[in-house]
Design a protein around this ligand. Structure first.
Ligand code: RP5
Length: 165
């Protein structure tokens, strides 16, 4: 996987986002999807953000998972500069607990979509599962893995018991 060209880019505004965004990386690893992960800050690294977005399609990326917190412009600005689908993950912020991040990412103007996920770990994992599903549309082996993942989740839920006397 390490020597394969990345199909999914995972970017985030700060290394402080890693606790959340590592949940996306874990899923991509679990499914054997080649990925790259790096910090790209919209506000502190605008030139790097531009270069990343502008080169994404030519480099072969099929989806970009972008996480940021607070005034979370990274997913929207990247989406403005590439037609590679952008999956936005709102990272919890210190004062507004990620509601600011969510609204910043979610409320895109018509014409430049960012698929926006739940705040935090679930959103990061689900963004990666969505990237897997997108790739599975043209990869039967990956589709089989995704089906098996769903079956195993169902089995876990069916085996759940409650401590009722
Ligand atoms: C955002 O500001 C980042 O995505 C992060 O969630 C937040 C705080 O960044 P640090 O101050 O921890 O670097 O740009």
């Amino acid at each position: 996987m390490a020597d394969q060209k990345p199909l999914v880019g995972v970017i985030m505004g700060s290394s402080s986002d890693w606790d959340v965004m590592s949940n996306a990386v874990s899923i991509l690893k679990q499914f054997g999807v080649p990925f790259e992960a790096q910090v790209i800050s919209a506000h502190r690294m605008p030139d790097e953000m531009y270069a990343y977005a502008k080169s994404a399609r030519a480099r072969g990326l099929r989806a970009i998972i972008a996480g940021a917190g607070g005034a979370a412009h990274l997913p929207g600005m990247v989406a403005a500069m590439t037609i590679v689908p952008v999956l936005g993950v709102p990272v919890p912020s210190k004062y507004l607990r990620g509601e600011d991040s969510m609204l910043s990412i979610l409320q895109m103007p018509k014409g430049v979509p960012v698929s926006t996920f739940a705040i935090g770990e679930a959103g990061a994992a689900n963004a990666a599962l969505t990237a897997v599903a997108m790739l599975a549309a043209t990869d039967d082996a990956l589709a089989d893995k995704l089906e098996a993942f769903r079956v195993s989740q169902t089995e876990v839920a069916k085996a759940m018991t409650l401590p009722v006397e």
